[in-house]
Design a protein around this ligand. Structure first.
Ligand code: G3I
Length: 381
């Protein structure tokens, strides 16, 4: 055989071997991610803080997501590390080591921090707090829970005083069914789990005025928020929350803003998105898009092929939401935008490939959604 023919056979054999290996298990390296197209960092084109949620791993140990956070964002929320059951152990002792290390790293990178969260029913040392209760004595329990809440908020918000820009003082106090009612042990799933404690079961609607008062005492300069999900989805929940904020303020406590989490998907109703921003803006308070992520798995299938069409639809929704925020919330009320995570496979919705809700791939490449966010922020609205 001639030399050229041998070369051709060799090439074909190599291609065939590569194809065989692509199922995994072979020695062929995985395809490299598409080259990073350099664009202006998100933070450089925004007129308000742009943030991402980052866990200790995403921010401190994963070089890819850490570099993205430092490049594109000027603010962050710790995904879990300021939550009650990360800081407070089962015996009630406080340990700030992990959060402190993240605070130091954020400060070194000029990244501001939004505190998350002071009073939430989930990820809380529920068994520890319940151990103080006296069954059948609601007055005793009211006073005891009030004192536990006060110690908890003053210790945690006091520790981070001057280091956070704001706090989610109360998170998810409203139940889903019936929408607009406040949480108690009956309407909250797994209310007696070790890591669940429903503060409003014992304090009722007084929870708000107490929590906001304790937080304001502990860190007077921090902006104080109430934060919740499904506000774009349920008018009943949104209206109840807005009325509750007025109630807390009417009783003399300071509430600076409302956080709308926005764990939405590509089919979320656009009129409803606009309307919820309009209602939030009408309060005159700060509005924080606090946990934005956009799912594409609208049928909740166990796994999903992330098609080009889904990626485009997701990008359009990212652009729509940010543009709607800027159109409907006056500049002075825009506390900022926080995307709930960095790489797709770091998202709480990823679940081994069931969804791809963020703006970077697992390899750190910018998705269409990234460009959509950049363009919305650049729009000058
Ligand atoms: O730290 C433990 C680890 O010790 C254990 O081995 C492991 C085994 O499951 O779990 C680890 O805890 C996990 C924790 O994240 C820290 O990684 C929990 O299982 C897991 O449930 C928890 O998920 C977090 C979720 O809140 C809990 O409710 C997500 O990361 C976080 O993104 C998510 O964030 C919430 C916001 O705080 C409030 N709004 C909704 C949003 C999405 O659920």
């Amino acid at each position: 055989m001639k030399k050229e023919v041998w070369l051709c056979v060799l090439l074909l054999a190599t291609v065939a071997a590569c194809k065989k290996d692509s199922g995994g298990g072979g020695t062929t390296p995985p395809p490299s991610p598409p080259p990073l197209v350099e664009t202006a960092p998100l933070k450089s084109v925004a007129t308000f803080p742009v943030a991402a949620a980052g866990s200790y791993g995403a921010f401190m140990t994963n070089a890819t997501s850490s570099a993205i956070l430092k490049r594109d964002f000027n603010s962050m929320t710790f995904e879990n590390e300021m939550k009650n059951n990360t800081i407070v152990n089962a015996s009630g002792a406080y340990n700030f080591n992990t959060a402190d290390a993240m605070v130091a790293a954020a400060q070194a990178a000029n990244i501001q921090i939004h505190g998350h969260v002071l009073a939430w029913h989930a990820q809380t040392q529920g068994s520890y707090y319940r151990s103080f209760l006296n069954a059948g004595d609601p007055n005793y329990n009211y006073a005891k829970v009030d004192s536990l809440l006060k110690t908890n908020i003053q210790t945690i918000a006091g520790h981070f005083k001057g280091k956070v820009r704001g706090w989610d003082v109360i998170n998810e106090m409203f139940s889903d069914g019936p929408a607009g009612t406040i949480r108690n042990n009956s309407n909250t799933a797994n209310a007696n789990n070790n890591d669940v404690f429903v503060w409003s079961e014992y304090l009722g609607r007084d929870l708000g005025v107490k929590a906001f008062t304790y937080a304001a005492d502990a860190d007077p300069a921090a902006k104080l928020f109430i934060n919740d999900y499904n506000l774009e989805f349920s008018t009943a929940k949104l209206d109840s929350l807005i009325a509750y904020v007025a109630e807390i303020r009417g009783r003399g406590a300071r509430v600076d803003g409302i956080g709308t989490q926005m764990h939405v998907n590509i089919n979320t109703n656009k009129d409803a998105i606009d309307n919820h921003f309009k209602k939030l803006a009408a309060t005159g308070l700060l509005v924080h898009v606090s946990e934005l992520d956009i799912g594409v798995n609208t049928s909740n299938a166990a796994s999903l092929v992330f098609t080009d069409a889904l990626e485009t639809a997701q990008a359009e929704m990212y652009n729509y939401i940010i543009t709607s925020y800027m159109r409907n919330v006056p500049k002075a009320q825009r506390y900022g935008l926080t995307i709930w995570g960095l790489l797709d496979n770091q998202s709480w919705r990823y679940k081994n490939g069931a969804d791809y809700p963020l703006i970077y791939t697992a390899a750190g490449a910018k998705k269409k959604a990234y460009e959509a966010v950049l363009n919305a922020l650049k729009s000058g609205l």
